[in-house]
Design a protein around this ligand. Sequence first.
Ligand SMILES: [Zn+2]
Length: 170
Amino acid sequence: MKKKDIQYLKGDKLKHFVKVNDPYMPRGSKHEMSICKGCHAIYKGRKWFLDEELYKSNVKKKTANIVTCPACLKIRDNFPGGVVTLGGDFLKRHEDEILNLVRNEGDRSLRDNPLERIMSINKIKGRIEVQTTNEKLAQKIGKSVFKAYSGELEYKWSEDDKFARVNWSR
Ligand SMILES: [Zn+2]
């Protein structure tokens, strides 16, 4: 299958999923909390957060529902909510510092909301492609690279706003 075809399929899949809102959110559960076995994120009081102590003290209890969180599912399925593409000659000369900025933005997001994280960073033909679990983080990364280095920034949203493609170049 050509790369183009794969992207097309992903778009179709996305449209289907969006009808049921976020298919990766856990269904209603009688448990006091849900715990992700992959990244140890905890879902409690309608919110996901990281708390390693709470994880350790609850993971073996029957009151905890052991799940795979939406972010880990998206990583497993290779189903990003956002893609940031960075390119240009300036990027080539400042790659390390720009990548540091991108990673810092990802780490900060992860601490605030474990569902918002960087899935992968790949170099493709002189460009850097950053996949994120949700559209908001892709937008944040584009914004902070633009703020630090100016250049050209563009956002493209899917019809339903659930997927963002962010392009930056300088
Ligand atoms: Zn997880």
